[in-house]
Design a protein around this ligand. Structure first.
Ligand code: A2P
Length: 339
């Protein structure tokens, strides 16, 4: 009989947690026991999985005995509090928060790019920031073939990045706006319906917000280029669940042709070319939503820089930007015999 793994999902009731459950079922993840964990608010309630009602437990340091793989998506604070206990209990933690990403002893993995980095670990493996993953799905294969010197990226990020409550806020504010009712932002600092704003995270000493800084540092770590020049502008837009990004890539040497890039994206795993100039059909968040692949288009030579290329991508933030990448990390570990 094929080997099975006892799996815990921490944050099972959240926007990413729900996607984890769907993926475990849809991808026939080899589960033995499935343990659903959340806060004390959810403890005792049930969630449906594959036709069965599973009771949710409260996350504590004692929740992980017998667990082989723990998917964490309950915020950085909970990862800091509980992930070491899970690793101590013998589980491989795949952590969707930013808590451990820049820890030099913790692998930061996009399976299509640097799965081999996960081999040496201390029980915790970090899932990168959603915008970073979605960008690197296009830039990673290009960089492997034609080394990249500098990346300039601007994001158009969906409300799902702020969890289920963020998505609900967009829907509620849209209803309120159309009904002429007053709008009081709760999850986001500003009105999100019929508006957009600079990503709602703290600005650092260099003038970058936390999201932008994650894109800079995580890209350098995943691509193993400590001094890769990356600059980012991250913006929240009134979209439910897929992030889009405008990306300018400057190469070390001669830039490849548009046809060469298109052919490479075509043959790379996890990305799909959507680049129909005649129909003006390019990556859109609505078409990326619910899809595993990141859509890549607007592939063109930058007329302002003879060494640069422009791209536009859309990817499902809850799937490849979070839960799917996490599941693929675990699948990769199993495939390699590292779990
Ligand atoms: P709960 O539903 O019990 O609050 P989202 O990213 O959609 O906002 O979801 C956050 C997830 O993190 C939810 O599953 C939430 O559970 C969980 N969570 C929040 N606080 C805690 C906590 N103190 N311990 C464990 N899980 C938590």
């Amino acid at each position: 009989m094929a080997k099975t793994y006892n799996v815990a999902v921490v944050g099972a009731t959240g926007a990413v947690g729900i996607e984890f459950l769907k993926l475990i079922k849809d991808r026939h993840f080899p589960i033995g026991e499935l343990r659903l964990l959340a806060s004390s608010r959810s403890a005792g309630k049930t969630l449906e999985f594959d036709g069965q009602q599973i009771t949710i437990g409260e996350t504590t340091k004692d929740s992980f005995s017998g667990v082989d793989i723990a998917f964490f998506s309950a915020g950085g604070g909970r990862s800091l509090e509980f992930a070491p206990a899970a690793a101590e209990a013998g589980a491989i933690v795949v952590d969707n928060s930013s808590a451990y990403r820049m820890d030099p002893t913790v692998p930061l993995i996009v399976p299509e790019i640097n799965m081999e980095d996960a081999k040496v670990n201390h029980g915790i493996i970090a899932n990168p920031n959603c915008s970073t993953i979605i960008m690197l799905m296009a830039v990673g294969p290009i960089h492997k073939k034609w080394p990249v010197k500098r990346i300039i990226v601007s994001t158009y990020q969906s409300t799902s990045g702020a969890g289920a409550a963020g998505m609900e806020e967009l829907v509620n504010q849209t209803h309120a706006y159309l009904n002429g009712d007053p709008i009081t932002p709760k999850v986001f600092p500003h009105q999100i319906a019929f508006n957009l704003f600079s990503h709602n995270t703290k600005i650092n000493e260099y003038g970058y917000n936390e999201e932008e800084w994650k894109m800079v540092c995580e890209t350098q770590k995943i691509l193993h280029v400590a001094d890769m020049a990356v600059t980012a502008t991250c913006v929240r837009v009134p979209i439910l669940r897929a992030h889009s990004e405008s990306i300018n890539i400057e190469f070390e040497g001669e830039r490849p042709s548009v046809e060469q890039i298109r052919a490479l994206i075509d043959e790379s795993a996890g990305v799909e070319v959507v680049d129909d100039a005649a129909m003006n059909h390019f990556p859109m968040p609505l078409e990326a939503s619910g899809k595993y692949d990141v859509l890549v288009g607007r592939i063109r030579h930058d007329i302002s820089n003879a060494k640069a290329v422009d791209l536009f991508v859309s990817g499902d933030q809850l799937l490849k930007g979070a839960a799917l990448n996490g599941i693929q990390i675990a699948e990769g570990m199993i495939q390699q015999g590292w779990i």
